[in-house]
Design a protein around this ligand. Structure first.
Ligand code: HEM
Length: 325
């Protein structure tokens, strides 16, 4: 056989072996380089135009990924519709951003049918959302497969609650392979987005005159008053307040500055500054945005890899809200 042809065959063999190894074992950067080279670009464009129309979307997409990854791993199980699915659980009713993931996937189905998983679309969309909100640019590997299991009963045991103690948060994070440092870093997500009054109403109690008073006296007084004005007793369930009132749509280190000023919105946020184990990193991030961004890149990579399905596991959904079967 001619040497040139032998070399060509060898090249093809090597390529096949390397792509098989990559796709069957783990996630990899540029996973879609051969099968759908414009995948990341298409997700990015959809997120960019949706976020410029609606600045609340970056926060929604980031939280959606977090809630997906904590239950059954980052496998888009949170996107499945139907009674008894994760999405139907009351703990997930305030989630948003579904339509952005679904429309990015629709575009991908036109150009690369059956190739790009909804789990990857969601991870990429959350990554891009952070960047469009002014946060760090993070390269993430792809190759996630979509799960076929989504049960509401799995949501509560795997979801953090604002009433959690530090130990409860640490235990849940560590069960997902996330450290205490990851907890401090990923909580920085609360530098964007908003919360419903009910998410922090447990921090206040009604006095005999019907006014709300903070239970935690360390909460900044002016901030507490501001919150009770926006969310008085009996406030409508649709009212929201910014997680970070100072720079609400900007992904920056303001969240940590707020914590040090005793202006953490949730009880669980306040714990990060009260606990000796986490106060150090909070102070560091409050003083040094570069250090927060560097650590964010690492922790986001870990979060978006929790319990991923790869290779032959799961499936590549055609429509993100339902399994193929
Ligand atoms: C560690 C414990 C955490 C607790 C207890 C917690 C709790 C909450 C709650 C109660 C809300 C308000 C939901 C609402 O009322 O609409 C919220 C919002 C949000 N959370 Fe967390 N969270 C935690 C960690 C995280 C992490 C790790 C991320 C992402 C990496 C994240 C991202 C967000 C975002 C972006 C929002 C705003 C959502 C929006 O604007 O729609 N959170 N969180």
């Amino acid at each position: 056989m001619e040497t040139r042809i032998k070399l060509q065959i060898l090249n093809i063999l090597l390529f096949t072996i390397s792509t098989t190894l990559v796709s069957s074992s783990d996630l990899s950067v540029n996973f879609y380089a051969m099968t759908c080279p414009a995948a990341e670009f298409m997700v990015r464009n959809t997120v960019r135009s949706a976020s410029s129309d609606d600045p609340t979307l970056p926060g929604k997409l980031l939280r959606l990924l977090f809630h997906d990854c904590m239950v059954e791993g980052c496998d888009a199980s949170v996107l499945l519709e139907g009674s008894g699915t994760e999405r139907s659980d009351p703990a997930n009713t305030s989630l948003g951003g579904f339509s952005v993931v679904e429309s990015a996937k629709r575009v991908l189905e036109i150009f690369c049918p059956g190739i790009v998983s909804c789990a990857d679309v969601l991870a990429l969309a959350a990554r891009d959302a952070v960047e469009f909100a002014g946060g760090p640019v993070v390269q993430i590997p792809t190759g996630r497969r979509d799960g076929t299991v989504s049960a509401a009963s799995n949501v509560r045991p795997n979801t953090v609650d604002t009433s959690f103690t530090m130990k409860q948060m640490m235990d849940l994070f560590s069960s997902k392979g996330l450290s205490l440092d990851d907890l401090v870093t990923l909580s920085g997500a609360h530098t964007i987005g908003s919360a419903h009054c009910s998410a922090f109403s447990d921090r206040f109690q009604e006095d005999p005159k019907g006014n709300l008073r903070p239970i935690d006296t360390s909460l900044d007084k002016d901030y507490a008053t501001e919150l009770t004005k926006k969310c008085p007793a009996g406030a409508s369930s649709s009212i929201t307040v910014s997680n970070d009132p100072a720079t609400s749509s900007l992904f920056d280190n303001q969240y940590y500055r707020n914590l040090l000023a005793h202006k953490g919105l949730f009880q669980s946020d306040s714990l990060l500054v009260a606990d000796g184990r986490t106060r150090g990193p909070v102070e560091n991030f409050a003083n040094d945005q570069v250090s927060f961004f560097d650590r964010w890149a690492e922790s986001f990579l870990k979060l978006s890899s929790v319990g991923v399905k790869t290779g032959e596991e799961g499936e590549i959904r055609i429509v993100c809200s339902k399994t193929n079967g």
